[in-house]
Design a binder for this molecule. Sequence first.
Ligand SMILES: [Zn+2]
Length: 468
Amino acid sequence: MSASLAVGLVAVLALVFVVMRGQPDAGGPGNAGGVGAIGSPDSVVLTEERPGGPPESTPDSFQVAEDELRRAVEAHNRAFQAGDLGGYLKIFDQGDAELLEQQTNTFDNLRKLPFEEAAFEVQQGEGLAKDAFGNWISFSFDVTLEHRFDGVDLRPVAEWYRWTVAKAGENAPPTVTAVTGTPATSGDSETDSYPAPWDSWPDISVVTTEHTVVLTRSAQADMGARVAPLAEQAAVADLDFWARNGDTGTPVPARYMIVLAKGEDEQGNLFRRSKRQATEAGISISMLSSSPEEGSWYVGGSRIVTNSNAWYFGDVDGGVDELRELFHHEIAHSLLAPLEHGASLSSLDKWVVEGFAEYVATHGQSLDEDGQTPETRAYVRGERDRPFEGRIPDNASWDLHGLVGVNYQLSHLAMQMIAERYGEQKAVAFVLAHYRGKTADAALTEVLGIGREDFERQWAEYVRAKFA
Ligand SMILES: [Zn+2]
């Protein structure tokens, strides 16, 4: 159960693409996102528009003007908006049946989703232009699906597609021969929010409740319908908690998108291509807003992905409490996600983030009801290889030493102690201060009036007393 950030790329709009013909397969990767002068003969070069117009074609080169690509993507987008499948498919390689089927599925899936807005937009070109036969070129080109789900996203977000575009000659239309995700520049994912369920699944099923949107494969639609009421209960409970304790001036999402993945491989490959094997039951993936706000990049909204092969999905009667708790926890992450921006992106302290989500999901539960308690008790009592030294779990050692479950519970207890001693509203104010950019230590001092050392000492005493 973790929170993750899909770090977006800063869009660099190139105004003219010049594709130089050269020796096949020579040269390096193109001018990645940069803007500059004409480079090696094989690269797609991005140049700024010049007052005198774009550079001329020479006998050894032909231009792919940005205008041409922009017009093609605009036509693609108009067809998408109009529900015109034929027009939507026109840009793709008409000889590639697999690609056409995949894109037909994506088109049909997108038409079922509750978008407030959605549009395909031109971003940037980069990569290697090949000229294997001297009469065609291909290069990569990024297109985003700018979108906002009704209630789910506070700001528009973007899914980044990398299209491979071929052009058979100067007068031939640009043709998309392959679709994948744009490589991410940082973070735990190789891509930037790609692939989405609408790219991955042949047929998507959408169940909406007042506060949730649950996505499954159509073959799992019955499971989607069974779990949606539990997700709704969790969303209502979290929004109630927020209404009682949150900051009324801070907007939070009114709805939460929950996606049921099948198995660990898919768990790590929806809205991201995780660099590590996904083992978590659920994750809240933050989606970066597609444009900055007052000079800072904010999270626009989030996507909760859960592994529906986990046992409690198969036996809703037996696992109903665990499933609701999972939704509670992930929705608590998604509730605060749009506060993340600038320096706080990917740098939040896990003990605050996970402590808050656990507190919201399970407060009121006794230690005996928590399956984690025996292990944590043994650790705190010094019955494990690593001694308990009274330190708040830090990010660097969070996943080490086989203590992940222990760290969740110890962080939960830190939040519980704050709530008991200062009140729930103060506990939330402390968490918000951290999300808004203060270090956890500064937030402790400024919101709770306690220094880090005192806090840690009080927490260690609290925890030792709990597990005595
Ligand atoms: Zn979590």
